[in-house]
Write a protein that binds this ligand. Structure first.
Ligand code: GLY
Length: 364
């Protein structure tokens, strides 16, 4: 089992470990019993992960003497809202949860974000641990303490910064992950290559077929590299004041596309399209050498991700949705652009005609 320490400012919360490996759940139970002792634990998961792993996971924790309950909610982005939070809070009260209760988020990004949000507000906060089961959650959303639910106006508009006490990443969960979900994770992994690690980007260009077969050693190395990149950014900018924005390369566009499609475009698909759009915009604005956007598009296509914006979405609707971005200052939406692969930067104002031109070029 590999271990990465996230060193946070002592004022905010103590540091924590991300542990990564394959088939590590038994060891995880022992570590929780030893390092995160509590009278009561509640596993929060969705009905999909719950039906695959719920019983086994609970049994593993009970075997080391822990008092555990399980709460399930319907799987999917549609559940990531305040009424799910209210339902779970009600269930927690029925189970006798109090300030000493420890929450365990077992699932993908939705489970992690919702559980983290509840942990940050239930009885003015209880501790929680992330056990991410999707590739997106393993390389991104389980690390760094962003918690959120969606509003009808857009994604993640209600949320908090609240760090977990530990993250346990078990690659064996990926064996049952549907291909589309795995590809969503590949979009995030490609993002890390683009924003921080051209060598990892090249490894993906050369070995995407092997990665898609979930070859253990290569995938483990890549997941670890992504977690290391993320943790070093979060350590510098925990509250997303500047540097952390680069983790959102492609996401401003991606969230806009997800929202206006009613989430029929998945997170990874939106981010893939967003990264191509951001690279094309970088080329148009003269920052990025021509042909790098094509290079990014080629890798995303190899990973099984989309490269065309569906014709049904108008440039006006996409631009309206872009304006809902949380990182905007006043009326100015901030975009993460590229100078080269491995070298992102943030710009405050982008010409509307250029954005429209990129969208039109990318239409089916
Ligand atoms: N997913 C982007 C971040 O954690 O900042």
């Amino acid at each position: 089992m590999r271990s990465i320490k996230v060193n946070l400012d002592k004022k905010s919360r103590s540091s924590y470990e991300i542990r990564i490996g394959k088939n590590i759940i038994d060891r995880m139970a022992l570590i929780i019993a030893k390092n995160h002792k509590a009278e009561h634990y509640v596993v929060i998961t969705d009905d999909c992960v719950g039906s695959l792993y719920g019983k086994k996971f609970l049994a593993g924790l009970e075997d080391v003497g822990l008092n555990v309950n399980l709460i399930e909610f319907p799987a999917g982005e549609a559940s990531k809202n305040i009424s799910t939070v209210m339902d779970i809070a009600g269930e927690l009260l029925k189970l006798g949860a109090d300030r000493e209760t420890f929450l365990l988020a077992l699932g993908g990004g939705v489970v992690g974000d919702v559980t983290g949000f509840i942990a940050s507000v239930f009885m003015r906060s209880v501790p929680y641990i992330q056990i991410p089961t999707t590739l997106v959650a393993q390389v991104d959303s389980s690390i760094g303490g962003k918690t959120a639910v969606d509003l009808q106006y857009g994604k993640n508009l209600l949320g908090t910064f609240y760090q977990p006490c530990a993250v346990f990443t078990d690659l064996s969960f990926l064996e049952t992950l549907p291909e589309k979900e795995f590809n969503n994770g590949l979009a995030e992994i490609i993002k890390y290559g683009i924003i921080d690690d051209e060598k990892m980007f090249q490894t993906m260009e050369n070995h995407m077929e092997t990665i898609k077969l979930k070859e253990s050693k290569l995938l483990l190395n890549i997941v670890e590299s992504c977690c290391r990149i993320k943790k070093s950014i979060v350590e510098i900018d925990e509250k997303d004041q500047g540097l952390r924005h680069i983790l959102n390369f492609g996401h401003t566009w991606g969230h806009a596309l997800e929202t206006i499609s009613g989430y029929s475009i998945t997170h990874g698909e939106g981010v893939a399209l967003g990264m191509i759009a951001a690279a094309r915009l970088s080329e148009k604005m003269g920052y990025l050498e021509n042909n790098q956007a094509r290079r990014i598009e080629t890798l995303l296509r190899k990973a099984g991700l989309p490269w065309k914006i569906p014709e049904v979405f108008s440039a006006d609707d996409i631009i309206d949705a872009l304006r809902m971005d949380k990182k905007k200052k006043g009326d100015i939406v901030r975009f993460v652009l590229l100078k080269k692969i491995g070298m992102p930067f943030i710009v405050g104002s982008v010409n509307l005609e250029m954005i429209t031109a990129v969208i039109e070029e990318m239409k089916e």
